[in-house]
Design a protein around this ligand. Structure first.
Ligand SMILES: Nc1ncnc2c1ncn2[C@@H]1O[C@H](COP(=O)(O)OP(=O)(O)OP(=O)(O)O)[C@@H](O)[C@H]1O
Length: 647
């Protein structure tokens, strides 16, 4: 026989999990204290955990020992091959016999300690409530209707057999009694009174419908305590048989039978009252538990109420948050849609810009390539030009070197000449001063002599004539020196005048590359390459495009003036057609003195000087005008007509 490991024992006095107290409700410390007190050798730590307590209880020894402590010899623990489960089974059987709630074997084996602890608490409460160890035996005795001797002391061998009863129920009295009768028949026989034993034998022998219960036997049964120890079933069957027999026999033993029935009823009443006491005990126990549970429920309700308010507040907050988040979500969604639209617009614009940019890039690339080719060309040209320029620079350098040497030599020559001239000038000045002095002197003397003219006219006139002669000689000397200077400057002078671009002409097409201050002129010739592409000219002076008519004239004026001293001067303009010969020599507009060319200016100057010198010198001026064309000279002023040739 084995104890069922079912967890739900509500029907047979075990725990119903729906109603069980939580393990936390069980004060382990008080249990440990109780166990230590009952079994001092245990010496369990007071702060033992559930698991530690389980370790103490798992082999069942402590459980059986605690029962034996309060009811010595109640559980036999000897000779077991598997002490753990066997001892626990014995303990559980004893709990069943006491009709106390218990746990199942699997609970303690699997570490589910709540029922175990609750079972121990119940046992503890039961023992304390019923007044210690004697009550267990008394309880057993009352429960099983054992004789009083049972509670006063019992043979261990007899109790041993009791622990192997079937699962019993505190409420299944009749079934338990039968079980008890069946399993512990020998124990009850040993314990029952002789009368009961005889009665039993009588019932076993007389199986027929007519059981012969003699009066002497009944009297004997009534005198003994046999009825007290008989099972309820036996009692009922006895009553049945008596009633059946009395009906059948209809004899005058009714009085005895009634007495027996009365006795049986008393026994049954006694048992019912015992059961009522047990139920009351249990009821009290459950009431205590119920009270505890209710107080805990109240505490929990209070806590739950507080928690509910907090939860409500939290819930409101969460709902508000949720609303805000939903609004935020909506706004974010709208923003997302807006940004999506913007994105697509921007994307479109970007693509358009990208296309435009790519086209522009392509165009630029083409242009860049063209420009690159052009630049390369130009670069090559520039390189060539640079090389040429370098060459020219070298040439110019060598030229300028030779020039500078020449100029240096000329400078030395001019310096010596200027020294000579300055000396001559000083002499001339001194001579002029002396002449002046002489003139003044002569003037004075002339004045004086004029005063005495009348007296000595001839002498004075002679002196005056001498002075005039001196004056002319000085003037002649002056002219000589002046013309010498002109000679030193060079008898043949070559000037170059560069005509500005006429309206409508491109200024880029100039061939003039360089105009030097000392008469250098570089003319380029793009049609030619290399050395011949440009040419250097050296002239007395180069007039640029901005040079005025006056500037051009001033350089030739001294030479022209030397005409008045008897020198021949020739000025001719040379150049291709349209280069500005007429402009330079005659001028564009004769009415404006500013525009006068060299001819007008020269004649004007000569006539002015001759006018100034009129008092002393009279000049005769003649003009000839000839044209040389195709090696033919033509007198333009000839009265003979256009065909006249000169000479
Ligand atoms: N220095 C200058 N400043 C402004 N214009 C000028 C200058 N030189 C020449 N010109 C202008 O250039 C044009 C040609 O000049 P001009 O008639 O003097 O050339 P040319 O050498 O006499 O020509 P051709 O041999 O055919 O007679 C004229 O219109 C003239 O006004």
């Amino acid at each position: 026989m084995d104890i069922s490991p079912e967890r739900s024992l509500s029907e047979n006095g075990g725990y119903d999990r729906s109603n069980e107290a939580h393990a936390d409700d069980v004060n382990i410390q008080s249990l440990v204290e109780w166990l230590n007190h009952a079994l001092p050798h245990l010496n369990m730590p007071l702060d033992a955990s559930e698991e530690e307590l389980r370790a103490y209880l798992i082999d069942g020894t402590v459980l059986c020992s605690i029962l034996n402590k309060f009811c010595p010899g109640l559980v036999e623990m000897r000779g077991s091959s598997e002490p753990g489960p066997e001892n626990i089974r014995k303990f559980l059987a004893a709990m069943d016999e006491m009709a106390l709630p218990r746990f199942v074997l699997a609970d303690i084996q699997e570490g589910y300690m709540e029922p175990v602890l609750q079972c121990l608490v119940t046992l503890k409460t039961h023992i304390e409530f019923n007044g210690g160890k004697e009550s267990i035996r008394e309880h057993l005795r009352r429960r099983w209707n054992l004789p009083k001797e049972f509670s006063e002391g019992i043979d261990n061998s007899q109790v041993d057999t009791m622990t192997y009863g079937e699962n019993s129920s505190i409420y299944g009295e009749v079934r338990q009694r039968d079980s008890f009768d069946n399993k512990y028949g020998s124990a009850s026989a040993a314990l029952a009174h002789d009368g009961l034993h005889k009665l039993s034998e009588m019932f076993q022998q007389n199986q027929g419908p007519y059981t012969d219960i003699s009066e002497s036997n009944i009297l004997e049964l009534m005198k003994s305590n046999g009825l007290d120890n008989a099972s309820t079933r036996t009692l009922f069957s006895l009553v049945n048989r008596i009633l059946e027999e009395s009906i059948e026999r209809r004899n005058g033993h009714v009085h005895h039978m009634a007495h027996i029935v009365k006795k049986v009823v008393q026994v049954i009443e006694q048992r019912v009252s015992t059961l009522a006491v047990n139920l009351k005990d249990q009821n009290n126990l459950y009431k205590v538990r119920l009270g505890k549970c209710q107080s805990r429920i109240k505490v929990l309700e209070t806590l739950a109420a507080g928690t509910t308010e907090e939860i409500q507040i939290e819930k409101t907050k969460i709902e508000e948050k949720k609303k805000l988040e939903e609004q935020e979500l909506l706004r974010t969604k709208q923003e997302k849609i807006h940004s999506d639209i913007e994105n697509s617009t921007l994307k479109h614009e970007l693509e358009t810009a990208k296309k435009t940019h790519e086209e522009h890039c392509l165009l630029l690339q083409v242009q860049a390539e063209e420009t690159e080719v052009e630049l390369e060309k130009k670069l090559k040209e520039l390189e060539c030009f640079l090389a040429e320029s370098k060459k020219r620079v070298k040439e110019l350098e060598s030229f300028s070197k030779s020039k500078s040497q020449r100029w240096k030599s000329k400078e030395g020559y001019y310096r010596s000449f200027i020294d000579y001239q300055s000396r001559a000038l000083q002499e001339l000045r001194a001579a002029a001063d002396s002449v002046k002095h002489e003139i003044l002197k002569a003037k004075r003397s002339y004045t004086e002599e004029f005063n005495f003219l009348g007296r000595i006219d001839c002498v004075k006139l002679k002196g005056l004539a001498d002075a005039a002669a001196n004056y002319h000689s000085v003037l002649a000397e002056n002219r000589r020196l002046y013309n010498e200077v002109q000679d030193l400057k060079g008898n043949i002078r070559v000037y170059c005048r560069i005509r500005p671009f006429l309206p409508g002409q491109s200024k880029k097409r100039t061939a003039v590359e360089y105009i030097g201050e000392n008469g250098e002129l570089i003319i380029s010739n793009p049609s030619k390459q290399g050395k011949d592409s440009s040419r250097l000219f050296k002239l007395n002076k180069v007039f640029g495009p901005a040079a005025t008519q006056e500037e051009v004239f001033l350089d030739t004026q001294p030479l022209i003036r030397s005409v008045l001293d008897g020198y021949n001067v020739c000025i001719f303009a040379y150049g291709q057609t349209g280069s500005g010969k007429t402009y330079t020599m005659s001028g564009p507009n004769m009415t404006s003195q500013e525009d006068w060319g060299v001819n007008y200016r020269a004649l004007h100057d000569l006539f002015q000087i001759s006018q100034n010198r009129k008092s002393s010198i009279s000049y005769e001026v003649g003009v000839q005008m000839v044209e040389i064309y195709n090696e033919q000279v033509r007198d333009l002023l000839s009265s003979d007509g256009p065909h006249r040739r000169y000479p």
